[in-house]
Design a protein around this ligand. Structure first.
Ligand SMILES: *[C@@H]1O[C@H](CO)[C@@H](O)[C@H](O)[C@H]1NC(C)=O
Ligand SMILES: *[C@@H]1O[C@H](CO)[C@@H](O)[C@H](O)[C@H]1NC(C)=O
Ligand SMILES: *[C@@H]1O[C@H](CO)[C@@H](O)[C@H](O)[C@H]1NC(C)=O
Ligand SMILES: *[C@@H]1O[C@H](CO)[C@@H](O)[C@H](O)[C@H]1NC(C)=O
Ligand SMILES: *[C@@H]1O[C@H](CO)[C@@H](O)[C@H](O)[C@H]1NC(C)=O
Ligand SMILES: *[C@@H]1O[C@H](CO)[C@@H](O)[C@H](O)[C@H]1NC(C)=O
Ligand SMILES: *[C@@H]1O[C@H](CO)[C@@H](O)[C@H](O)[C@H]1NC(C)=O
Ligand SMILES: *[C@@H]1O[C@H](CO)[C@@H](O)[C@H](O)[C@H]1NC(C)=O
Ligand SMILES: *[C@@H]1O[C@H](CO)[C@@H](O)[C@H](O)[C@H]1NC(C)=O
Length: 830
């Protein structure tokens, strides 16, 4: 027992001493440090022994807090009651001894007592209840309320490491709507909460905090959560007046993200040439300049809110801005001067013309409702108000008097056009010129009533003039009475011809408007009428002198044959037998000549066309993997005139047939593993084949006698070859893998994976790399070669020796050499 105590003293005497319960020890006076757990019952800590016999009493000074003392006579340092870590973490004390007369004999020595925390405090929330507010559609994971608890224990120990959790959600939901960060106490909504929380439905959470000690304390608190409405909603459509005089930029609407930490942006829906809108940091939307309805009457764009890290906070809101029309466009005259013609003999009430101005403002509104009024008539001969202008329709009519071209041949009317815009109507003054023209009392007369025959080739170019015709009119020049309109009345039902007229001379040019075709119509008997735009006066009528005729004969030309389709294409399986008919090409000669077919560009010699029938056959085996889209040109030429020929492209698409066996995608030569094999190693191999039907996965298998390896398919193309055990010798293995492409029909092939098991260097590389060991001779082989060479030399020497011997013997004895020969050589050469 005393030996044990001595051991304790020895091992602890110089070191820090942990006093757990009843462990005690002692030693001579010196500076000492102790660590003592708080909360312990009173206990002896350490017995100090004086070095001098004269030391009689021990004295303890310093931060004893009334619980640490030293027994004055035997030097025992002890606690009288529990230490409290929360009150004092370190006690700094000194110890000394006094001699009999009360004079300090030894010391003072310093004593440090470190108090060790034990988990004696439960965590405490800093509020008795927490309140949080969160909006509908709030971003999941973004904290909106935080609970906070403290623990008086040592923060460096698990005793004060707190973890939060939600004990209960009231009312409950599955999945939960709220979550808490177990370290920070931040409460946020879950994804479901973000979607499903609705205003008016509030929640309470019971949140628990626990420390992390083995026997942990915990505490709970109530968190009351109010759900508020989502304010991220699109504002109603905005209407703004165009050409606004308000100061710009002008706020037109606003959007608000549910929390203030969003970055707002506007995005255009359509690419407007000008986008005069902006959004500021708080979500107010501005228009930067006055808008013009006539440029664009509606703008639709999106407002988006992004979080600081650039993620979209929610879906974008659609902003609709309508631009309200204001009457900012005056009416516009149709021309600088609008010219009408009127014949001098026309009666009162006849229409001179329709006058129509325009206005760019909103159609159908008062801003574009135009009102016409004649302001002035120049000259006022024979008097004012010769014309009347309908206020709304703009119809100009003769109102009073007939006209006399000798008196006035031109009137100028100043017309006021006003829109009915409110509050201000806009006005424009326009000018109408009315030309009074001579009466149309002459009909156009053709110079010839018959222009004869004209013959043209059917391939004559369009717009070619076929005939020039001329009629004349004796009425006032440059008026509607003398202007001539030519019309083909007969002989051209398909409008193959048009007539263009020269304004000044009234000369008509008959031109080809559509391609002529001898085979459809060989003769066009044209009957042409000449008329005036102005009506004829009563008593005068068009007669035969206003009609002319001529005949166009279409001349046949030898045209090229043509194909009945502009492009031919066919799809066949690549494995069709040689000689399969794949298509029939049809070509027609307009003149009915027979056709001869031939091919051009059949670079692979795959096809043949029947010269007479146009039937196309295969001439060889096709191969999609060589060319999947084969193009050749078919030539069709006339039999009698082979120079007349046409060509067309023939496209042949080859459909895949499983005709390629699978193979390895690359070489696995050089695969090695270090000997000894410690764990099952594996090689991933990849199969491929050029067929297009690569939708079915390859099937990988091993030969039945393969016991060393197993194979497992990874995906459609890859498989993993794994060792079945680890007893591999140091040599080259050749693994036979069977790959089946599972196509239709299935094709299978055997491939070989060379794997070398070798002894390795420290870098895990083969000592002699497997590649080299196959190419260069090994030591064994080298020896073999050496011995082989020696053997050959030996044979030669032996042969020479024997032959000399033989000669010698021959000299003496001619027979018996053959038997000796073989008998001598055998042992040497083996
Ligand atoms: C105690 O120590 C003091 C100072 O060293 C000395 O004067 C005194 O005699 C001592 N008392 C005894 C009883 O030795
Ligand atoms: C509780 O602690 C948090 C975090 O330190 C603090 O923001 C909050 O004001 C505290 N509450 C009270 C009532 O002290
Ligand atoms: C706190 O949460 C994290 C992440 O959710 C988790 O890995 C960890 O285990 C949790 N800690 C405690 C004490 O629950
Ligand atoms: C709730 O969340 C789960 C995944 O946690 C999801 O599958 C489910 O669709 C969500 N329900 C609603 C209504 O958003
Ligand atoms: C805008 O209004 C002013 C008068 O207020 C006008 O002079 C101007 O032409 C208008 N601009 C457009 C583009 O309509
Ligand atoms: C035009 O051709 C027709 C028919 O061939 C013929 O009868 C007529 O005489 C020809 N006219 C003239 C002017 O050559
Ligand atoms: C047609 O009328 C004009 C006068 O208007 C006359 O000169 C001409 O002879 C007439 N022609 C025929 C064919 O009647
Ligand atoms: C062209 O001729 C072939 C063979 O006579 C026929 O099958 C095909 O329908 C024809 N194509 C057209 C567009 O008429
Ligand atoms: C098949 O698996 C291999 C190996 O794991 C991989 O490299 C390859 O990308 C995979 N192929 C496909 C189509 O998933």
């Amino acid at each position: 027992m005393s030996r044990l105590k001595a051991l304790f003293v020895l091992s602890f005497i110089q070191t820090m001493i942990l006093v757990h319960g009843q462990l005690q020890s002692k030693g001579y006076l010196e500076d000492k440090e102790f660590t003592i757990q708080e909360e312990g019952r009173s206990s002896l800590i350490y017995q100090f022994l004086p070095r001098k016999l004269t030391s009689k009493t021990f004295i303890l000074d310093g931060e004893t807090d009334g619980v640490i003392e030293v027994l004055p006579h035997d030097g025992w340092l002890q606690t009288k009651g529990p230490l409290d870590w929360e009150k004092r973490k370190v006690h700094k004390l000194t110890i000394r001894t006094l001699n009999e007369t009360g004079i300090t004999e030894e010391g003072p020595f310093s004593i440090t007592i470190i108090v060790e925390d034990i988990n004696d405090n439960r965590p405490v929330f800093n509020q008795s209840e927490y309140k949080g507010e969160v909006r509908e559609k709030y971003r999941p994971g973004r904290p909106f309320v935080r609970v906070y608890a403290t623990d008086a224990d040592d923060p460096s120990t698990p005793n004060a490491q707190l973890s939060y959790s939600i004990l209960q959600q009231i009312p409950d939901s599955n999945p939960k709507y709220f979550q808490i960060n177990n370290i920070t106490g931040d409460i946020s909504v879950t994804w479901n909460g973000s979607q499903l929380l609705t205003v008016g439905k509030d929640y309470n959470l019971i949140v628990q905090v626990s420390d992390s000690a083995e026997h942990h304390f915990s505490n709970t608190v109530m968190v009351k959560i109010t759900i508020k409405e989502n304010i991220w909603v699109a504002p109603p459509p905005i209407t703004i007046n165009e050409n606004s005089t308000e100061p710009h930029p002008m706020k037109i609407t606003q959007v608000r993200w549910n929390d203030d930490e969003a970055l707002y942006e506007l995005h255009q829906r359509d690419r407007y040439p000008r986008f005069p809108f902006s959004i500021d940091a708080i979500g107010d939307i501005y228009v930067s300049e006055p808008l013009d309805r006539e440029e664009r009457s509606q703008y639709i764009f999106y407002a988006i809110a992004k979080s600081r890290n650039g993620l979209f906070a929610s879906s974008p809101l659609t902003i609709e801005v309508n631009v309200e029309d204001i009457n900012d466009n005056p009416p516009v005259c149709p021309a600088l001067i609008t010219i009408f013609e009127v014949q001098e003999n026309e009666g009162i009430g006849s229409t001179v013309g329709e006058f129509q101005a325009s206005d760019a403002d909103e159609e159908g509104s008062f801003n574009t409702l135009l009102v016409y009024r004649i302001l002035e008539q120049i000259p006022t001969i024979p008097f004012n108000n010769v014309f009347s202008l309908n206020e709304f329709t703009g119809q100009l009519q003769l109102q009073r008097s007939t006209l006399n071209v000798e008196e006035v041949d031109e009137y100028i009317l100043k017309v006021e056009v006003s829109d009915s815009g409110r509050p201000t109507s806009l006005k424009t003054i326009c000018t109408i010129q009315v030309n009074v023209i001579d009466i149309n009392d002459n009909i156009p007369i053709f110079e010839k009533s018959e222009y004869g025959n004209v013959t043209i080739k059917e391939d004559t170019q369009l717009q070619t003039v076929v005939m020039e015709i001329q009629a004349t009119d004796d009425d006032q020049p440059n008026t509607g009475s003398s202007l001539i309109i030519y019309e083909i009345k007969e002989g051209d039902p398909h409008k193959m011809f048009i007539i263009e007229t020269e304004r000044e001379t009234n000369r008509g040019y008959v031109k080809i408007a559509k391609p002529l075709d001898f085979e459809t119509m060989q003769e066009h008997r044209l009957v042409i009428h000449a008329t005036n735009p102005e009506p004829l006066v009563a008593g005068v009528a068009y007669n035969d002198s206003s009609i002319t005729r001529f005949t166009v004969f279409v001349m046949d030309v030898d045209e090229k044959p043509y194909f009945n389709e502009t492009l031919y294409q066919k799809q066949v399986k690549e494995d069709v037998p040689v000689g399969t008919k794949i298509a029939t090409i049809t070509a027609i000669d307009p003149e009915g000549d027979s056709i001869r077919f031939s091919l051009q560009g059949d670079t692979r010699n795959w096809l043949r066309i029947d010269e007479y029938t146009g039937e196309m056959f295969t001439k060889a085996l096709l191969d999609r993997e060589t060319e999947s889209h084969y193009r050749v040109t078919v030539i069709a030429s006339e039999k009698t005139n082979p120079r007349m020929s046409a060509s067309v492209l023939f496209n042949l698409f080859l459909e895949d047939v499983n005709d390629n066996p699978p193979r390895l995608a690359k070489s696995y030569f050089g695969t090695y593993f270090c000997h000894p094999v410690t764990k099952p190693e594996s090689v991933v191999i990849e199969a491929t084949d050029p067929d297009a039907q690569r939708l079915t996965p390859f099937k990988f298998s091993l030969t039945p006698d393969e016991k060393d390896w197993v194979i497992v398919r990874l995906n459609r193309t890859h498989a993993k070859l794994t060792m079945a055990h680890s007893q591999f010798e140091m040599k080259n293995y050749d693994i036979t893998v069977i790959i089946n492409d599972q196509g239709i029909p299935p094709l299978e092939s055997e491939v070989h994976i060379p794997v070398s098991i070798c002894s390795c260097t420290s870098k895990n590389e083969c000592e002699a790399s497997p590649v080299e060991s196959l190419g260069l001779p090994s030591i064994g082989m080298a020896l073999g070669i050496l011995f082989g060479t020696l053997a050959v030399i030996g044979v030669i020497i032996a042969a020479v020796f024997i032959s000399i011997n033989h000669k010698k013997k021959k000299e003496g004895k001619a027979d018996g050499a053959d038997a000796m020969n073989t008998g001598e050589i055998r042992p040497l050469s083996s």
